[in-house]
Design a protein around this ligand. Structure first.
Ligand SMILES: [Zn+2]
Length: 140
């Protein structure tokens, strides 16, 4: 991947969140000259209702983002979800049932402590698990 592609992949979410968060503020500041006479001529209850509606829309958007969790990225080789902020891995089977469970790091991969599923790490496939090693030494 090109450096620009890697940069966009890593930073698109924080930049999108920043733009989304700052756009209403910038819009109000930009059109302040036109908005002030209009807002001053309105009934205070109308202004309060518009403010309450805007607050509700912001909270609705925040709830939608929280429920969708766009910060979790699918990791194809391991079959797990990875948080782009903390690099923690999450169970794919549990996420399918809308339960977000962080995975426990083990010798050759990760284990879900909720459903006991194991996810192998191809990067650590050369490492023998302690159980296999113990079984081999018992046979000799
Ligand atoms: Zn699980």
């Amino acid at each position: 991947m090109t450096p620009l592609g890697e940069f966009l992949k890593k930073w698109w979410l924080p930049v999108a969140a920043l733009l989304l968060a700052s756009s209403p503020t910038v819009g109000v500041l930009w059109f302040r000259k036109f908005l002030e006479p209009y807002v001053a001529s309105q009934d205070p209850m109308v202004v309060l209702n518009i403010g309450a509606l805007l607050l509700w829309l912001i909270l609705l958007l925040a709830a939608f983002l929280f429920l969708q969790r766009p910060w979790l990225q699918w990791d194809e080789p391991t079959g797990t979800w990875v948080s782009c902020f903390t690099q923690l891995r999450y169970c794919a089977k549990c996420r399918a049932t809308k339960v977000i469970t962080p995975l426990k790091n083990e010798v050759t991969g990760w284990r879900c402590m909720n459903c006991q599923s194991f996810f192998y790490d191809p990067a650590r496939s050369h490492i023998e698990s302690p159980k296999k090693r113990a079984a081999k030494s018992d046979r000799v």
